[in-house]
Design a binder for this molecule. Sequence first.
Ligand code: FES
Length: 244
Amino acid sequence: MAERLLTFSVFRYNPLTPEIPPRLQEYQLEETMGMSLFIALNRLREEQDPSLMFDFVCRAAICGSCAMLINGRPGLACKTLTQDLPEKITLMPLPVFKLVGDLSVDTGVWFRHLNVRTEAWIHTGKVFNPQIEERMDNPTAQDIYDAERCIECGCCIAGCATANMRADFMGAAFLNRIARFMIDPRDERPRARYFEVVGTDAGVFGCIGLMACDDLCPMEIPLQGQLAFVRRKMAQMALCCKCK
Ligand code: FES
C-alpha cells in the first residue's frame, strides 16, 4: 500500500468556552497499514493536540460511543478504516444529540429517555424464577436477538431527516425497541399501550421513508422492516377493533 498523507478537518467547539467560535481545525497524519479512525484520532490527540475531544470505550463496534459524521455520513470511528476514505477526511459530531465538545456528543440522555418512554422492560405478572428457563421457539428468539443488536450509537437518528427536523421524533432506534418488546411473548402489555406511545406523527407516522436509518446502521439491523412490523401490527389492531 502506497503511504498517504491524510488531512483531517476536525470540528472544534467547546460549549464551556463559547467565546471561541466553532471552527474546522486541520491536522495531518501519515497513514499506516490497517489504520482505523480510532487509531488516527488517538494518534492526533497523543502526538499533536491533547485538547481534542472524542469518545471511545470498546474499540470493537460494541459500545456505540465513537459514532460521528465521517465525510458527512454517520458511522463508527472504530469500525472505519482510513484506507476506505479519501486523503481528505472531515469529522463532525453527530447532529440531533447534545454536543459535549468537538466530536463528543451525549447520546446517553436521548437513549435513557427512549428506555423510559418505551418502558423498555418485560411487563409480566409472573414472579421471576431463576431456576426455570422461559422457553420460546427459535425464530422468535432470533427476531428478538436481531432487534437487541442495537448498540445505541445514534447513527440512525443522526442520519434521519425527520429526527433532524423535529425534536420529538422517536426515530428508528426507538421504534426498533418497541418492535423488540412486541415480538417478545413474555411481555403481557396490551397492544394498545404500545400504540399510545408510537401511533402519532412523532412515532410511526413521522417517518418519510428515506431509508437512511437502514443504510447507516453499523449493525445492519433492518430498521425499516421493524418500522413496517409496528405499522402492520397497529393496522391489524385497528381493523380488529372495527370488526367488533
Ligand atoms: S468504540 Fe465502541 S463502538 Fe466504537
